[in-house]
Each structure stands twice: as structure tokens, then as C-alpha cells.
Ligand binder design. Structure first.
Ligand code: DOR
Length: 435
């Protein structure tokens, strides 16, 4: 940043970047005013003494939105806190994250929703939360969705597990439709996945690790498509990982169903072969799958079947990830590497990438008033600036998370976030946090 250094909110000009939002690309400067909104987007803006953020060679995009973040608070603060999760988020260009409910206690009541939102207010980015669909995420009785919806919760999920009971899920869809909220499903049929620690296939057989078959995901996707169709409620599919489930969602969309889907960065960059090292850093749910599945996820991201790139940022302490493969918890970090992996591994136009990382998740999470663009005067200045060409090597030790479970150690990637602004406040400047 040049001119007067500032870490608080004030007028600032982002100079020399390529502005990309879902409306297209144009070379422009962006002026942000002291009220936290975009004041002007024009070819050249005189900063009149305001601080300048250099964006030469960079893309200026609406800040990213992660619909799938495990922040671990309350209950597992040794792995992550809302504060440290938000540090990872803004490092990765995210201006909003949506917390998953598998905390201790779970986010299944107004009291816990309030606690998470309250802690979120002090975080560097916007923190939204999901609420659990069932009490205690136990899959037996519906959680008090209405009281959580009254506090602004717009997505409900039992993430970490799927809702197994068909009848209960149908009721949840009916109820959600009445409330105007979205149900997001972790698609996994326990009866098929139980006891498995990786994808069931060639590699699980070779390694002697019990597997989880693809059908465990496919069956629940199929059921929820039927229930969503029957009830007319919107359904969001979390972390799709199989070719069959991508195909089913594609077909459902073609028939006009109100369904949306996300894929994680690890499901388009890694396969089950990574488990050959027996390193639990590669253990995740749903598991890393086959080359064909990865190709299907990539195709789904390209053709619009999959609406969103999500991280499923799932911090776990080093001790727990040093346990043997079958005992270690599933999950990997994702917020700090998502953009680079998408740029490096997906050959997509920037406009599509911005849709996947920002505009669509903002719409699905019902926060499009604040996030997801367009980059235009009067809009809240929730923005990120990234250099799409910079190459860097992933080093888990440098993560801002409290955990280190990044499965890309040593991998060279392309694309790095330089600046992130939340409500006009530069919270990341030249890669450095400005808390
Ligand atoms: O790998 C995963 N980790 N998948 C999940 O569904 C839950 C998550 C976690 O909370 O660690």
C-alpha cells in the first residue's frame, strides 16, 4: 500500500487491475469510499491522496464465498477458531464463509447460532452459519429450524453426516420449503459407508484399507433428488465426488429442478491413489475417488452442473492426523489453497471461476446483497485482488490455520491473493494480514 498506511476503513483506490465479475472483464481502477462501499469503477481514478493498493497484473474480483467451512468453534479450539479460520479465509481471498454445524455442541439451536454469529462479528471476514437439520445431528428429530431461521440462518445441514431417515428428510424438505430456507446434504448412506476409510476400489484393495463404495453417495443424491422434486424445496448437494452423482444432478437440472451442487478443490485435484502413502492427510469424507470421478467433477464445474467450488476446510490437530489411517479423522484444510488449485488445475475462463468461487455461492447462501459482485458503484466493497500468474509452493507450516493438514505440501501452484477488502477495509495487503 502506498501513501498513508491504513489498516482501518477509509477511502482507498485499487489501481491497475483487471476487474472481473460475472458481467465480464474490463481494465479499471476501483475507488472505495470510507463508508465501505464501492464509489467508482473507471479507467483511471485519481486517488486524491487516498491510499492506493497496487493491482498491476492482477484480477480484481468480488471476494470469494465459501459455503462449506469447518471453523471448529465451539468445542475444538485446538484445531481452529473462528478468528483463525477467518485469517485463512481472507488469505485465500474469501470475504465470507459459512460455518458447518458439527461443532461441540453442534449448531442446532438459537443459542449456539447466536454464539457463533457473535464470535463471527469480531472475525476478519463475514461469518455466516448453517444450522443442523436434526437435533444434535443425530438424525432422529428435526432441529428447531424456524428459531434458527429467525436469526438469519438460510442453510441447514447435518454435515459430517447425511440425514439417513427418508421420512424425516421428506419432512425437513417440506418444512424448509415453508420457511424459505435451503437444505444442504452431505450425501452418504451410513449403512454402505460404515467401516470404510477411503474410496472402495482398486487402491483400497491394494492397500488393505476398508473402502466406502461410490453408491453410498449416489443413493442419497438419488433419494434427495426425488424428495426435492416431490416437495418443491431447494436442495443443495455438498461436496459431490462421484461421476454418477454429477450425472444425476446434471439430468435433474435439465428437467428444471431447483437443485444446486458444490465440489471441493480436493475432489478435482486428488485421487484415491494418494492414499498409497497411508498418510492420513489424504483421508477425507467423501473420500478421494477415481480418475473418472475427478474428470466428471471437472466436467461438471465447466458445464454448470456444479455451481460452486467449496473448500470443506476441515482443520484437525497434528496429533490426530498422526494416528494410523483407520483411526485418524477425515478432513483437509482448503481456504488458503482453493484459488490457486482452481487456477492451476481447471482450464476455465476467469468469469466462470469468479462465478464458482463468489457469485453462485453468494446466491445459494442468500448473501448476494453483500457478496458475489457485481463490482459497481454503491455495492459493498467485499473484494479480492489476486495475481493469476504468480507461482508458489504450498508449505503447510506457513498456514494461518491452527492446524496443518494440507495435502498439497511441496506442490507448485499458480495464482496468489494479494489483497482482500471486507466492507472496504483492507484486511490482507500484499499477502499480510492487517487485523
Ligand atoms: O472430511 C471431512 N471432514 N468430511 C466431513 O464431512 C466432515 C469434516 C470434518 O468435520 O472434519
Amino acid at each position: 500500500m502506498t501513501n498513508t498506511e491504513t489498516t482501518t476503513r477509509g477511502a482507498v483506490v485499487i489501481r491497475g487491475g483487471l476487474v472481473v465479475d460475472r458481467t465480464g472483464e474490463r481494465r479499471a481502477d476501483v475507488a472505495v469510499s470510507a463508508d465501505g462501499c464501492i464509489a467508482e469503477v473507471a479507467a483511471e481514478i485519481d486517488p486524491h491522496g487516498a491510499p492506493v493498493l497496487d493491482a498491476a497484473g492482477c484480477v480484481v474480483a468480488p471476494g470469494f464465498v465459501d459455503l462449506h467451512t469447518h471453523l471448529r468453534q465451539p468445542g475444538k479450539e485446538e484445531a481452529e477458531t473462528i478468528e483463525s479460520g477467518a485469517w485463512c479465509a481472507v488469505t485465500g481471498g474469501y470475504t465470507a464463509v459459512v460455518a458447518m454445524p458439527n461443532t461441540t455442541p453442534p449448531i442446532d439451536s438459537a443459542a449456539v447460532v447466536r454464539e457463533v454469529l457473535e464470535l463471527g462479528r469480531a472475525a476478519l471476514c463475514d461469518v455466516y452459519t448453517t444450522g443442523a437439520i436434526t437435533e444434535g445431528r443425530a438424525g432422529e428429530r428435526l432441529a428447531p429450524l424456524a428459531e434458527m431461521a429467525d436469526l438469519g440462518v438460510r442453510m441447514f445441514t447435518d454435515d459430517g453426516t447425511g440425514v439417513q431417515d427418508d421420512r424425516l428428510m421428506r419432512r425437513a424438505f417440506e418444512y424448509a420449503r415453508g420457511l424459505g430456507v435451503t437444505l444442504a446434504q452431505h450425501c452418504e448412506v451410513d449403512a454402505l459407508a460404515a467401516g470404510g476409510h477411503m474410496h472402495e476400489g482398486e487402491w483400497s484393495a491394494r492397500l488393505g484399507i476398508p473402502g466406502q463404495p461410490a453408491e453410498s453417495e449416489d443413493l442419497m443424491v438419488a433419494r434427495d433428488l426425488l424428495l426435492a422434486e416431490r416437495t418443491g424445496a431447494p436442495a443443495h448437494f455438498q461436496h459431490l465426488s462421484t461421476a454418477r452423482s454429477v450425472a444425476m444432478v446434471r439430468e435433474a437440472k435439465a428437467r428444471g429442478l431447483a437443485v444446486t451442487a458444490e465440489a471441493t478443490t480436493h475432489h478435482f485435484t486428488l485421487t484415491h491413489a494418494a492414499c498409497a502413502s497411508y498418510d492420513p492427510v489424504f483421508k477425507v469424507n467423501p473420500p478421494l475417488r477415481t480418475d473418472e470421478d475427478v474428470a466428471a467433477v471437472r466436467a461438471g464445474l465447466a458445464d454448470g452442473t456444479i455451481d460452486v467450488i467449496a473448500t470443506d476446510h476441515a482443520p484437525h490437530t497434528q496429533e490426530s492426523k498422526e494416528l494410523p489411517f483407520d483411526q485418524a479423522p477425515p478432513g483437509m484444510l482448503g481456504l488458503e489453497t482453493a484459488l490457486a488449485l482452481a487456477l492451476t488445475e481447471l482450464d476455465l475462463p476467469l468469469v466462470r471461476l469468479v462465478e464458482l468461487l463468489s457469485s453462485r455461492p453468494a446466491e445459494i447462501g442468500r448473501m448476494a446483497d453483500r457478496h458475489g459482485g457485481p463490482i459497481a458503484a454503491g455495492r459493498p466493497a467485499n473484494l479480492c485482488v489476486f495475481d493469476p500468474q504468480t507461482r508458489w509452493t504450498v508449505e503447510p507450516a506457513k498456514s494461518r490455520s491452527r492446524s496443518r493438514n494440507i495435502p498439497y505440501a511441496g506442490r507448485e501452484v499458480r495464482g496468489r491473493v494479494r489483497h482482500t477488502l471486507v466492507d472496504g477495509r483492507p484486511v490482507l495487503v500484499d499477502g499480510e494480514l492487517r487485523p
